[in-house]
Design a protein around this ligand. Structure first.
Ligand code: HAM
Length: 428
């Protein structure tokens, strides 16, 4: 595997048994969102580079510094997706989804790629779960998305989350405010870090996103966009809050929360799990009413969010929670009579079809080795078939907890296992 692209070794949640936790988290996300009318969208892993440049913005770190860009054999510039949102809106426009009942609601899960400095919770290939509602400017949609996102965290057993919320108004109303902000930045230019100085010309709002403590202290005193949004944007935000308040959702208002991508307008939010330290952001989102027009479509409002699966997994592990308890093995087939193996393996298939989790020795182990393997994988029952049992057309079924065993004819074996383990009989 190429250097550094994957999570560092030690973070083995791409492999069993930990990959089961990742799968369970995505399954839970799907359940929650499909119950709310969201359907799954599977967009490509790479897109035209310009799609991300025009939407997430050249001034954002994600586009400006972190994208994996390459040229294909036809000379086109392509980028591995750093996020889902732009591709979802592209798909909405390209496939005429505006003719569907609005808002069109889509969820996705998959790998995203950002050339970031790898550290705990920050990887170059990571997994997002993502949800977008496209085609409605109703503030109820913003609130519902936040509520569903929190429900996902809660369903996984994650406690101690912080939700921060802000409105950054509409880009069209920002002119006079940006003048004031630039004047403030100019007055403090010598004390601000290079990245903030760069943002002064590109997108001064992004200066609030600085992680440099001295710059952050200066930005704390800067004029805030929230105090300069239009009446319509302020009313929209008040309604989002009313919908959250009615649900009893707690949040902190953070007038510096501008988010790291350029396409946002109006509502922005972030969820963090503070104990994760530098990479505590486990999810974030917002409204992007100008994004569709930025890629050449009709003006179309939209709102959504994404969460980083690896970070949520880290937070769960720190709280001692696992979203996927290991599936216990019901039966291990320990077959020592060589002639018996084909028949016993066929019976094992039948037991699996009956819903039981079964394994057999596949590595030529002797009798003792097979029993040891049955214990190692935590099998609740072991079917033993040696030469004597095979000659009698039967097998021994051993309860691995008590050690008790009974002889069961092979013709009745699967029915017996199913009745013993699930309580179901053929008659039922
Ligand atoms: P984002 O805040 O850039 O938003 O990313 C969302 C989440 O992805 C973060 O909160 C974090 O948990 C996770 N994440 C980001 N970068 C990394 C990384 N390098 N390693 C591990 N996890 C990471 C977006 O991507 C927007 N598209 C969200 C959105 C959807 N807004 C509207 N709709």
């Amino acid at each position: 595997m190429s250097e550094g692209l994957q999570a560092p070794r030690g973070t083995l949640d791409w492999l069993p048994p930990r990959s089961a936790a990742r799968r369970a988290m995505i399954d839970r996300f799907r359940e929650i969102f499909e119950r709310a009318g969201y359907g799954e969208a599977m967009t490509p892993v790479f897109e035209d580079t310009s799609l991300f440049a025009r939407t997430a913005g050249e001034s954002s770190e994600v586009v400006g510094k972190e994208m994996y860009v390459f040229e294909d054999q036809g000379g086109r510039s392509l980028a591995l997706r750093p996020e889902f949102t732009a591709a979802m809106v592209r798909a909405y426009l390209e496939h005429g989804l505006s003719r569907e009942p609005l808002p069109v609601r889509l969820w996705s899960a998959g790998s995203c790629y950002r050339y970031a400095a790898v550290q705990r919770g920050r990887y170059r290939e990571f997994t997002q779960v993502n949800a977008e509602a496209i085609g409605s400017d109703d503030p109820a949609v913003d609130a519902e998305l936040i509520a569903l996102q929190l429900e996902w965290f809660t369903s996984l057993g994650l406690a101690g989350l912080e939700l921060r919320l802000n409105t950054i108004g509409d880009p069209t109303d920002r002119g006079p405010y940006l003048e004031r902000l630039r004047a403030y930045l100019d007055a403090h230019l010598d004390d601000l870090d290079g990245e903030v100085r760069r943002q002064r010309d590109l997108n001064p709002l992004r200066a609030f996103d600085t992680k440099v403590p001295t710059s952050a202290a200066i930005m704390a005193g800067a004029p805030k966009i929230t105090d300069h949004v239009s009446l319509a944007a302020a009313e929209h935000f008040a309604t989002v809050r009313a919908f959250l308040d009615a649900r009893g959702i707690e949040y902190t208002l953070d007038p510096t929360l501008v988010r790291g991508l350029d396409y946002y307008s109006r509502t922005t939010w972030e969820v963090s799990w503070p104990a994760l330290g530098a990479q505590s952001g486990i999810g974030g989102g917002g409204r992007y009413d100008g994004l569709a027009a930025a890629i050449g479509g009709a003006p179309t409002p939209g709102v959504g969010f994404a969460c980083g699966v690896e970070r949520v997994l880290l937070a769960l592990e720190e709280q001692g929670r696992s979203p996927a308890p290991a599936t216990p093995t019901d039966v291990f087939f320990a077959v020592v009579a060589g002639a018996a193996r084909p028949r016993l393996h066929a019976l094992m298939d039948e037991a699996r079809r009956a819903g039981l989790t079964c394994e057999a020795d596949l590595a030529g182990r002797g009798f003792k080795g097979q029993l040891k393997q049955a214990s190692r994988i935590g099998a609740a029952w072991t079917v033993l078939c040696g030469d004597d049992e095979w000659a009698r057309g039967s097998s021994l079924v051993r309860d691995m907890t008590t050690g008790e065993q009974s002889e069961v004819p092979l013709d009745l074996l699967v029915g017996h296992l199913r009745a013993t383990i699930t309580g179901w009989t053929d008659a039922a």
